[in-house]
Design a binder for this molecule. Structure first.
Ligand SMILES: Nc1ncnc2c1ncn2[C@@H]1O[C@H](COP(=O)(O)OP(=O)(O)O)[C@@H](O)[C@H]1O
Ligand SMILES: [Mg+2]
Length: 241
């Protein structure tokens, strides 16, 4: 569905991504892990068009998207939820979600999408009139997800969605990621929490210093001996309580 081939990209001071090859299958949840500064967020920015690669190919559904504007990539079906909080705190939850549909002119379609999304996120439905800034971190993440789905994206890109969430809120966020997949969407996410991220994912990618170091199923990556040493403190088993 999404293919990267020989992608080099950076911010003007040398390449951060240094020859990335990646293949994201339709219907997968692909989790990218790797040390801080490896280029994970940079990779996601290339996918959503916030950063144009210096070299290499990026194709989505068979069409080249490298160098396209973020807006045209959004229209093409890739929506990213950013790493930092991104709601307008003084707007209501409803207003924030409706902003997700800014590219759609057909108001009937907007209403239909809105109703579908309310069925998927009952918590959001209860808080529509509240200011987004008054919600907990987990609730705000949920509203960001709801907003992202207003464009009915084929590919949802999530940068560290569990960041700053308590375990319970993170668990419900992960259940929403699974739900996206059940609704036929493809998900590409970055996670610091390697166990949780790869446990959720169908596919895993290890990025190191701007290069893909390992790929496989989520389980294969978790069980890879190199991973155990590098990121998991010697064991992929949960500690006994
Ligand atoms: N906007 C930017 N301008 C310049 N350098 C950046 C910018 N964003 C990230 N970088 C640099 O790119 C490298 C990779 O960053 P990033 O992709 O955010 O890593 P990760 O998400 O894996 O932690 C880091 O060295 C970071 O300092
Ligand atoms: Mg990052």
């Amino acid at each position: 569905m999404l293919n990267l081939k020989g992608v080099f990209a950076g911010y003007g001071g040398g390449d951060i991504l240094r020859g990335v090859d990646l293949n994201i299958e339709k219907g997968s949840i692909t989790c990218v892990v790797g040390p801080n500064g490896a280029g994970k967020s940079t990779l996601l920015k290339v996918v959503s068009g916030l950063l144009t690669p210096r070299l290499g190919e990026v194709t989505f559904l068979g069409e080249s998207i490298a160098g396209k504007s973020p807006q045209s990539i959004l229209k093409g079906g890739i929506v990213q939820v950013m790493q930092a909080r991104s709601l307008f705190p003084d707007l209501t939850v409803r207003e924030n979600i409706e902003l997700g549909a800014f590219l759609i002119n057909d108001q009937k379609l907007v209403q239909k999408r809105f109703d579908e999304i309310m069925d998927q996120f009952p918590m959001v439905k209860d808080r529509l009139k509240d200011k987004a800034g008054s919600l907990s971190g987990g609730q705000q993440r949920t509203v960001e997800f709801a907003r992202a789905l207003m464009l009915d994206p084929a590919l949802v890109v999530l940068d560290e969605p569990s960041m700053g969430l308590e375990p319970k809120a993170a668990a419900s966020m992960y259940s929403y990621v699974r739900q996206m997949r059940e609704h036929g969407r493809t998900v590409l996410l970055v996670e610091q929490n390697v166990r949780a991220g790869l446990g959720l994912a169908t596919h895993g990618v290890v990025l190191e210093a701007g290069r893909v170091r390992l790929t496989g199923t989520g389980k294969e990556i978790l069980e890879n001996p190199q991973m155990k040493v590098l990121y998991l403190g010697g064991s992929t088993q949960q500690e006994d309580a």
